[in-house]
Design a protein around this ligand. Sequence first.
Ligand code: PHE
Length: 531
Amino acid sequence: MPSTLSTRNNVAKRQQWKSKLGFVLAAAGSAIGLGNIVFFSANAYRYGAGAFYLPYLLALLLCGIPVMMLEFGLGKRFQASFPIALGRVAGKWGEAIGWFAILNALIITMYYSTILAWTMGMWWSSATGTLFESTVAVPGFELQAGEMANPGASFFDLISSWKAIGLATCIWMLNYVGVLRGTQTIERVVRWMVPFIWIVMILFIVRGLTLDGGIHGAYMLFTPQFDVMASPRVWNGAFSQIFFTLSLGFGIMTAYASYLPRNTDHVTSAVVVSAMNCSFEMIAGLAIFSLLFAYAVVPEASTLGMMFFVVPQAIGSLPAGVQFLGAAFFTLLLAAGLTSSTSLLESVISSLNDKFQIPRKYLLSIVVLIGMLGSLIFGLPHVIDPELNGNGTLGLSVLDLVDHYTFSYGLMIVGFLECVIIGWMLPASRLREELNASSPIQLGRWFDVLLRWVLPGVLGFIIVWTALTDLGLLGAGAFPTLYGLNESLAWMHILPLLTPIMWLLGTAGVGIALAHRPTVLQRSTIASENA
Ligand code: PHE
């Protein structure tokens, strides 16, 4: 455990939010992102709509809000970022787990930013109207105009051209500017962005529900289907969605909470932020389902498909204001996505800064450079699958592979381990006392039982179930593969094998190495204690 001196030194150097409202909006800005606007609807549809919504609510109450309290509580107690806080509870191995989370966050920022780059490109096509022409040529796939319908054609044209690389560079510049002054810029941006996102979403829900037949989408989303709910797939989907949508498992909430004084009430904040996020998600779900049902567009299962083909296609069928609403939809995605990508980046910078105390500008420049390179790989326009049996380009195929490991495993493993470490080693009762000391809402002993038994049990089950499914031991094997490679590209079949190895080395391997480097803060503490 650190001496009080080191904690105090640490606090003095750390940036602070100007107000509690700024913090709540920043946390909500991080949580509200692409996950709320499109991934929720795509997952809800994939897991049987009405069958999804009850497990989702249960996951929110059982897991989402308590884990957010845990992550806020860590920042509150240790006034430090995620790896450093976990290191203080569980030594080097605790810290290594923290770095594993941070490195997963960095990888997600890379592909999240590539998706935002594609969003920017699609914004341009909808603002200029090309997205709503019946078709365009797709030179990257050697398709003439008329061979592929829009909005798919515009999307495949974008991802198979070098435009995406330029746009990804723009997104990283925005990420850089957003995080450069830390809390100062983040706070200023979210004060505008969060209300803006809500207003645009309300516009969509009014439009969706006033369409003929739109209300059927709402019925479908909210009519429970108890028989489908018996499948573990639905529960797995609901818990992963809750983790992702609340930005848990990446150390963001710990970093954000550490920028407020230790006597802040974080129990209420966790309830408020979760409520803001999930109510927004429900509204978005209603808007999208009503829009899709009014036009009988079949919502595909894929999340990116929902974002780039299905919703734009429904918007294109609207009787009026197509170009405006199309541009508004992509503006909404960009605004919500950028407040999330900057929060991911802030979590990385905050942790590295606590560890090495390098001036933010230098640190940020290095991380942005690495992040941008990663995004460029995910944006590679090289066409490997002209038949589009799987994914068309190399970048998109790699994105799918990497997403599988960071999302299906990384997120859940961090969730599982943070509950075990805090539940058993801090232990949970101490975190609860810390949280209760400054909150009007008092957490009972149930909180300890949740962290020690229930959550490790549920999350552990999900991890094992996913692994068994991947290995094909539960019927259909689902290991991600690459499709449609012609013979000259056969060597690329190595990628599905290489990805998990690279991912493990890059996250767990580098995480362990980082944890074994001395923390500058500790070194200066030792120095001052010796003095
Ligand atoms: N919560 C964000 C969303 O719903 C995504 C995100 C995940 C952001 C993880 C930060 C960390 O889109």
